[in-house]
Design a protein around this ligand. Sequence first.
Ligand SMILES: *Cc1c(COP(=O)(O)O)cnc(C)c1O
Length: 416
Amino acid sequence: MYWKKRSHEQVKEYIFKALDQNLDYRGDRPILGIPGTYLDTTEFYPDAPFLKDAPFMSAMVRNPNHIGVHTLSEDSVLEVFEGTQKIEKELVKLVAEEIFNGDVDHQDGYVATGGTEANIQAMWIYRNYFRNKFGARLGEIGVVYSQDSHYSMPKGANILNLTNIILEVDSETREIKKESLEQKIKEATQDGIKYFIVIANLSTTMFGSVDDIDMLGDYFTKLNVQFKIHVDAAYGGFIYPFTNTTSRFTFQNPYMNSITADGHKMLQTPYGTGLFLIRKGYFDFVKTEEAQYIPGKDFTISGSRSGANAISMWMILQIHGSEGWKYKMETLCDKTERICKKLERMGVEYFRNPHLNIIAIKAKYMSKELANKYYLVADSYEFEPEWFKIVVMPHVKQGTIDAFLMDLDSELRGRK
Ligand SMILES: *Cc1c(COP(=O)(O)O)cnc(C)c1O
């Protein structure tokens, strides 16, 4: 993995050049047929002086539409926004090839609204793949995921009419239990499920636990059934590959067919930046032929979407370079490690994956008041919580961590 960092000036110049390659609604070209325009000028006036130094804000105000998928062909989907669509294409290439080690030009992708959409996009593609390629009926397709998975899985299964197959995890290690996998798949098979959309988590939201993609892939391969694995790295996608150099979550692993990696979690981009990546050859299963007025057709759930989102992801990756981002993510992991060591000394039990910045602490070690004071998140707001989690995000100051640990320590001493 390597890409060079660019200076703010270089990033700025690159984005403004791309914006100039788009047709400007304010420019000389006669744009008569497009149902889009610049932002309302009463509030978003284009001559605000700061805009000339603010490429992202300028992109917002110019309002390019990135509808469709831009990696599918050399032609742009909407020629009017060719300049910034090229940046999205470069972003997909960079993340797929540098961060997830894909072969050159072997992946497609787009910037979805978020992890939810990207996960559902994957499920949608595989559902149609099984139907079109193998004649699968709806009742024969299941979505397999652990109980710690994000709720976008049942949401997607609901929308797409798929059967949920939920696997139990070990209460301590948060690993998928092999017995549960065998049992649940056996039951599903008896119920007529023949095709499996398998989700492997590259960091669950609550625990930062990481599923064993090879165990899952080997299991379904041995079973000799049709399956596809989608990786949900909505949370972990922009940290784990940087902190674990032997990650199995790369396109070199044949089991990984597609992946979700949110910008708006660890990459600190604005909301609306859920990157979806998939091996080439799969987007066609969700081609909407009826999208007649879009020259390149549409393959996404979302339709119109802001080009500024893709630009924001590209900018952040460029300003840091791979080395800079790696340093930043390693620093978060070091900070997390330090908290873990303190917890151990205090005799507090927790779960943590060493390559991630999430610590799930057993709820019995602290009062709800303490958890609330530091905005820790509980595993359930409906039932009695079993875990409270800390997420060591970039805004978390060492002083806050120290204060929390001191409060926890005095609570525990008070109990004795
Ligand atoms: C946040 C998250 C999602 C959903 O992402 P949104 O961007 O909120 O739609 C999916 N999976 C995991 C593991 C997440 O952490």
